[in-house]
Design a protein around this ligand. Structure first.
Ligand code: AMP
Length: 280
């Protein structure tokens, strides 16, 4: 596996791959890699001649400077892991490389999609995310790019952005990989205290309860029930729990309002914040 640090070298390699007619699969990440990221790499390796992953902790998508500073960085282990999964190139640029002086954030109108849930609780987050993902897609020029359903709103916004900006790439949403006890794998899980980690499976368990209660209770009643269940641990505060139309991310009031529903949740622990979602 080759490690690339500059945009210029990346572009040279991409041009060469295009000349050789080699398909490119791409996985953007912020590092601190785990089995969830690896599942995206595995999928790309099985579907493309070449796989490129990026590792870049994008400062502009953090609305809280403390969160940015505390974000885990494990580059040496990450590179080993990528190589062991058959990744061909790791693009690991510096902040300066990705944000040369004068570079502005893309301010795309994401409508409702950008204002709800993560957009509401992390102002500016999606502007930063859209800016960096569109820059990476322009540089890498992949035929296929792989994203986790774990970040469901991000995936929906990327699909929207790719349509709107007409990137010639197919976006693949890949299922959330979980610990055995149901906790969705996340680079942020290591910031949970021992007690919080032990209690954290309640998030996925409660989301599943939401589904089993939907035949007897209204959307509103089920949401209150699930929030109580999670907050009863005394360790977590639910920032939001919403049942949304999976395509538009519009909140629904009735179970039959759309065919394809998703329950999305964000939970605050003492030092970190976890998100999860399931199809309803
Ligand atoms: P991140 O490094 O957190 O920005 O994530 C990079 C990519 O990995 C995103 O597309 C995430 O949705 C995806 N991802 C993160 N956690 C998981 C997981 N547990 N299962 C599947 N994909 C994941």
């Amino acid at each position: 596996m080759r490690v690339i640090e500059s945009c210029a070298s990346l572009q040279n390699i991409v041009n060469q791959l295009i000349n050789e007619n080699k398909s490119i699969g791409f996985i953007p990440t912020m590092g601190a890699l785990h089995r969830g990221h690896c599942s995206l790499v595995d999928r790309s390796v099985s579907e493309n001649a070449t796989t490129i992953a990026s590792i870049f902790v994008n400062p502009t998508q953090f609305n809280d400077p403390k969160d940015l500073q505390a974000y885990p960085r494990t580059l040496v282990a990450d590179l080993k892991l990528l190589e062991s999964h058959g990744c061909n190139y790791a693009f690991c640029p510096t902040d300066k490389e990705m944000y040369p002086e004068g570079m502005k954030l893309i301010n795309m109108d994401l409508g409702n999609m950008g204002n709800v849930m993560e957009g509401r609780f992390r102002p500016g987050h999606f502007n930063g995310m859209v800016t960096i993902v569109s820059k990476l897609l322009s540089l890498v020029n992949p035929q296929q790019a792989y994203f986790g359903e774990k970040d469901f709103q991000q995936l929906a916004i990327i699909r929207y952005m790719v349509r709107k900006l007409e990137f010639p790439v197919q976006i693949h949403g890949c299922e959330t990989i979980r610990e055995q006890d149901g906790l969705a794998l996340s680079s942020r899980n290591i910031r949970l205290t021992k007690e919080e980690r032990k209690a954290a499976p309640v998030i996925f368990k409660s989301l599943n309860n939401l589904i089993s209660l939907k035949d007897t209770l209204s959307v509103h009643q089920v949401i209150i029930h699930v929030i109580n269940e999670i907050q009863q641990t005394g360790l977590f505060e639910v920032e939001y729990l919403q049942v949304v139309n999976a395509l538009t991310l519009e909140e629904v009031d009735h179970w039959k309002e759309a065919n394809n529903l998703r329950a999305c949740i964000a939970v605050k622990a003492s030092h970190t914040r976890l998100i999860d979602n399931i199809p309803v």
